[in-house]
Design a protein around this ligand. Structure first.
Ligand SMILES: [Zn+2]
Length: 318
């Protein structure tokens, strides 16, 4: 019997089967355990952050906070600049009798490629926005510093400045018939379109003397289309003045003139509807309203009169 059994189930063979069974069970346990762990970690990651994710989220929150702080600082700097600009334009510049500073091209747009390297990022919008604001701030600071240089130079040369600024009436006001056209937008009498009038028109008889309104150097004394016989003076400090439609010119390019010196006579040359002086004041190559510069010899009553005349203008001319 022993022998028969031994023929089919050898003691060594049974042991091997049991071992194999044990290994299977163990493997099955491992497999089930592994699947359970996988499932659990899957469910966990849906509802909870992994440590790595949590770290990344903290970093992102940090970046967002830093950008918020940066934007707050930009805002604070903008407010300080607003305040400086206000004082500059409302106090210092009027005190020195100069116009608001405007530098051509300073506000030109930057090419879009400038910000292209920041595109396609989670924080592109906030980064590009911050960068644009900093660029804007840099331009404003540049303007403020140029303006400060201007006012400093003028304050140092106030004496000289007061003699060159175009502050006189360019003709004797007893000869002035009326201000036939003010500075600004108007319907052009000959062209039938809205055109910006770069100066003021002072109607007076042909031959009325025309005065230099401040010490200057003559940069132009000739004829130009539309303007007729015209004289342009450079007063320095960014100021120029122009006198058009003259009948006579007494100065030449390169001459130095002093305030009140007769430089020509009123005429009707160029495109006009009647004899008058077209008078322009330019600051930094932009025309400004000459009325604001007639501060040397105008009383407040005369100023009010003048403003009324400008509102009741009757004759139109170029
Ligand atoms: Zn004019």
């Amino acid at each position: 019997m022993k022998f028969r059994l031994g023929k089919y189930i050898s003691p060594g063979g049974a042991l091997w089967r049991i071992e194999r069974l044990r290994v299977y069970r163990l493997l099955r346990k491992f497999l089930i355990g592994f699947i359970i762990i996988l499932l659990l970690s899957g469910i966990y990651s849906i509802y909870f952050d992994t440590p790595k994710m949590a770290r990344l989220r903290r970093r992102n929150a940090d970046i967002e906070r830093q950008y918020r702080i940066l934007n707050d600082k930009i805002l604070a700097a903008e407010r300080t600049l607003d305040d400086m600009k206000h004082r500059d334009n409302r106090v210092y510049r009027p005190l020195l009798g100069i116009d608001t500073l405007d530098i051509a091209g300073v506000w030109n747009d930057y090419p879009e490629e400038k910000y292209a390297s920041l595109e396609g990022d989670l924080y592109s919008d906030v980064m590009i926005d911050s960068w644009r604001r900093m660029d804007h701030l840099a331009r404003r600071m540049y303007l403020a510093s140029v303006s400060l240089d201007d006012t400093q130079e003028l304050a140092e040369n106030k004496e000289l400045f007061s003699t060159v600024i175009p502050a006189l009436w360019p003709i004797d006001r007893t000869k002035l018939k009326y201000v036939s056209d003010p500075y600004g937008w108007r319907m052009h009498p000959k062209r039938g379109a809205w055109i910006f009038h770069e100066g003021i028109d002072l109607a007076a008889p042909v031959g009325t003397p025309v005065y230099a309104t401040g010490n200057a150097v003559v940069t132009e004394s000739g004829t130009a289309s539309g303007y007729g016989k015209v004289i342009t003076l450079n007063h320095g400090f960014g100021y120029r003045s122009r006198y058009a439609h003259l009948s006579k010119q007494y100065v030449e390019r390169g001459d130095s003139v002093t305030r009140g010196q007769v430089i020509g006579e009123v005429g009707a040359t160029g495109i006009v509807t009647g004899p008058h002086l077209h008078y322009e004041v330019m600051y930094m190559d932009n025309t400004v309203n000459p009325i604001n510069y007639f501060n040397k010899d105008i009383t407040s009553e005369a100023y009010i009169d003048l403003m009324q005349q400008l509102n009741e203008k009757t004759v139109e001319s170029y």
